[in-house]
Design a protein around this ligand. Structure first.
Ligand SMILES: NC(=O)c1ccc[n+]([C@@H]2O[C@H](COP(=O)([O-])OP(=O)(O)OC[C@H]3O[C@@H](n4cnc5c(N)ncnc54)[C@H](O)[C@@H]3O)[C@@H](O)[C@H]2O)c1
Ligand SMILES: O=C(O)C[C@H](O)C(=O)O
Length: 336
């Protein structure tokens, strides 16, 4: 029997990521090839004409899974009945700006959209915040939507995770699909800690640790980390816009794995990175939205427990937590 359509909200849908993301959702890349969808697209009044153009293109593309499109500048109409909310709308970072510069513009947007989601979204709506500062926007959304379960509010660090897989694959000249279990810890910012201590590569003679195959600690502790920490800025420098196709694709990966589950591997783990509400695991302060390694089953994520953290990693985990605590204070001061 055909499945009932699920409603997917994309805010900022007339923007760059929105334009890359909505066709992916309509093709089944987010919720699966047999899951019909109704797209809810929100943007602000100055972008209404462009938003309508996106709607026209969605109709023209004749996606079989797409059962309806709501294109609106009304936040209540946009949020009504949505099962998944991908929060892309906001003020983007421009060349030379740090995330903190866009904080005050974005926290007020996330505060008001939190209330609309809380009142009008479907029960158990899953929320993914993409707009920067992503972790802190998600935290603000959580604080101002207290009736949405905190486990349902997440932020995107899957792009960083996928970038780490890409860097390892390029370095070792192996298929990206054969690399697994990198971790992004912390903030989606230049303090994030990409960690390969538990990562492996599938080879003809079994799984081998990335650290052993790379055999170059200087690169792993230096250039590998800084390349990832600066990748978003490098793309802005090259394109004059922030990453869009990779962000959209990673947003689909994030929701797909959350809803449909991460692969189950006998006697082993297969995890992904998600920005989730910290419960104090790995001595990360509770109450931050922090990127952890997670597995997903039955539409719920769980933080992978018991991984060893060496001294080098400990400092990196603490530094990015410290930045998030500072962002949290700054966000609250912007709200006063
Ligand atoms: N987490 C990540 O991995 C990641 C990666 C890339 C980009 N980003 C962030 O995603 C965000 C979007 O990037 P983009 O390149 O699509 O930017 P963009 O400027 O092209 O699009 C943003 C859209 O949001 C709309 N908007 C502004 N205020 C809004 C509001 N209150 N409600 C609804 N829509 C609103 C704008 O009109 C615009 O259409 C930025 O904050 C960017 O920094 C995050
Ligand atoms: O928009 C940005 O600041 C960069 C973006 O978050 C990215 O990682 O590509």
């Amino acid at each position: 029997m055909a499945k009932e359509p699920l409603r997917v909200l994309v805010t900022g849908a007339a923007g760059q990521i929105g334009y890359a993301l909505v066709p992916m959702v309509a093709r089944g890349a987010m919720l699966g090839p047999d899951q019909p969808v109704i797209l809810h697209m929100l943007d602000i009044a100055p972008a209404a004409e462009a938003l309508n153009g996106v709607k026209m293109e969605l109709v023209d593309a004749a996606f079989p899974l797409l059962k309806g499109v709501v294109a609106t500048t009304d936040v209540v109409e946009a949020c009504t009945g949505v099962n998944v909310a991908v929060m892309v709308g906001g003020f983007p970072r421009k060349e030379g700006m740090e995330r903190k510069d866009v904080m005050s513009k974005n926290v007020s947007i996330y505060k008001s959209q939190a209330s609309a989601l809380e009142k009008h979204a479907a029960p158990n709506c899953k929320v993914l915040v993409v707009a920067n500062p992503a972790n802190t926007n998600a935290l603000i959304l959580k604080e101002f939507a207290p009736s949405i379960p905190q486990k349902n509010i997440t932020c995107l660090t899957r792009l960083d995770h996928n970038r780490a897989l890409g860097q390892v694959s390029e370095r070792l000249k192996v298929q990206v699909a054969d690399v697994k279990n990198v971790i992004i810890w912390g903030n989606h910012s230049s303090t994030q800690y990409p960690d390969v201590n538990h990562a492996s590569v599938k080879t003809s003679s079994g799984a081998k640790p990335v650290r052993e195959l790379v055999a170059n600690d200087e690169w792993l502790k230096g250039e590998f980390i800084t390349t990832l920490q600066q990748r978003g800025a490098a793309i802005i420098k090259a394109r004059k816009f922030s990453s869009a196709l990779s962000a959209a694709s990673s947003a689909c990966d994030h929701i797909r794995d959350w809803v449909l589950g991460t692969p189950e591997v006998v006697f082993a783990y297969f995890w992904v990175s998600m920005g989730v509400y910290s419960d104090g695991s790995y001595h990360v302060p509770a109450g931050l939205i922090y990127s952890f390694p997670v597995t997903c089953k039955n539409e719920e994520w769980s933080i992978v427990q018991g991984l060893s953290i060496d001294e080098f990693s400990r400092k990196k985990l603490d530094a990015t937590a410290q930045e998030l605590s500072e962002e949290k204070s700054l966000a609250y001061s912007c709200l006063q």
